[in-house]
Design a protein around this ligand. Structure first.
Ligand SMILES: *[C@@H]1O[C@H](CO)[C@@H](O)[C@H](O)[C@H]1NC(C)=O
Length: 366
């Protein structure tokens, strides 16, 4: 029995393999392929002034939400739940800045599954509603967009698109926005970390002069100088406790990966802003949590390996992945135009042991 166990263990593979970390070259290659380009386009550095059109934002956000849905499915019933109360730092016309003090809110042994921003939309006074209906009988909606605001050390700032959805002026009550990406970005900041800053803007829908004035009637509780009290903005953090659920496939963040580590999924953040080729080209996101598969797999006892020599050794590979939407700037007629592209297989959802990518017989899983 002992000899057999040894034989399984000694077959352990080196850490590199098909499950190895996503590289900068792979991301670039995938982007070029999706856009049918052979090289990185030469772009001018005027991206700051480049406005991402509403339909491009909406398409990007929809893809982002879909990849979240795929990521958090099946984990819904085993989550911890925490609520962080935030406040409006400042409100200017239709833009509000929200601040959440996040330090110590995410337990150390946990994985963020989802973060939901809840804002209380106040009912529109009846008189204002009647007036609006007279002027714009067919449009009662406005677009609410959330962006993560990052203030850099040199005082400059950058916003990243997080979620966007339509609200009606006939509704009131809690509105939910998915801000998981924002919390993920915040987690990558160097310590001591600034609070989580979310910029919420309410815009005309459809954008442009054809849209109604409904956006002027959307008000959130606690906004403005007299804010506070009922209906303060809230951030719900849904996390998985890795001590209980680490066995589901995530590596223990407190234990370094060694040759003896069993195949698991490890957090790996890819910082697109730090990549030279992405400058001026990739507008969103600033980075993403890709995860990687690390560790080794048990190998079958000799008789089995002898019977199926064509299978090769078992390796720790990404068995389920999701795609990553990005917004890139396309040069068209000398002008930059933002466009959404979906890059397949960028985020690892699950790692498993497999024979060179062959389907895995269930019983042999570690
Ligand atoms: C972000 O930067 C712009 C100019 O680049 C500035 O107008 C704006 O006030 C800044 N926002 C914050 C919240 O600091």
């Amino acid at each position: 029995m002992r000899a057999l166990w040894l034989c399984w263990a000694l077959w352990a593979l080196p850490l590199a393999g098909p499950g190895a970390a996503l590289t900068e070259q792979q991301i670039l290659g995938s982007l070029l392929q999706q856009l049918h380009l052979s090289e990185v386009p030469a772009l001018k550095a005027d991206v700051d002034g480049l406005v991402i059109p509403a339909h491009v934002r909406a398409q990007y956000v929809a893809l982002l939400q879909r990849s979240h849905g795929a990521r958090s499915r099946g984990k819904r019933f085993s989550q911890n739940f925490r609520e962080v109360v935030g406040r409006f730092l400042l409100s200017e016309a239709s833009t509000h800045l929200l601040v959440f003090d996040m330090e110590q809110r995410l337990p150390p042994h946990s994985e963020l599954v989802q973060a939901v921003l809840r804002l209380f939309q106040e009912p529109v006074p009846k008189a204002a509603l009647r007036r609006h209906e007279r002027l714009f009988p067919r449009s009662d909606r406005a677009r609410v967009t959330v962006q993560w605001l990052h203030i850099r050390e040199d005082g400059s700032n950058r916003t990243s698109l997080i979620d966007s959805r339509l609200v009606s002026i006939h509704e009131s009550g809690w509105q939910a926005l998915d801000v998981t990406e924002a919390v993920t970005f915040w987690q990558q900041l160097r310590r001591p970390r600034q609070p989580l800053l979310l910029q919420v803007s309410v815009q005309r829908e459809p954008p442009g002069p054809r849209g109604s004035d409904a956006h002027r009637l959307v008000r959130f509780a606690s906004q403005g100088p007299s804010g506070g009290g009922q209906g303060e903005p809230q951030l719900e953090l849904h996390t998985l406790d890795l001590r209980d659920y680490g066995a589901q496939g995530n590596c223990d963040p407190k234990v370094p990966v060694t040759e003896g580590t069993r195949c698991c999924r490890q957090e790996m953040y890819i910082d697109l802003q730090g990549m030279k080729w992405a400058e001026n080209w990739v507008l969103e996101p600033p980075g993403f949590l890709a995860y990687e598969c690390v560790g080794t797999c048990q190998q079958p006892p000799e008789p089995l390996a002898f019977r199926w020599p064509f299978l090769g050794p078992r390796q720790c590979i990404a068995s389920e992945t999701t795609s990553l939407p990005v917004i890139v700037s396309i040069q068209e007629g000398g002008k930059p135009r933002p466009q959404v592209v979906s890059l397949p297989n960028m985020r690892v959802k699950k790692c498993s042991c497999a024979w060179d990518g062959a389907p895995v017989p269930r019983k042999l899983e570690p």
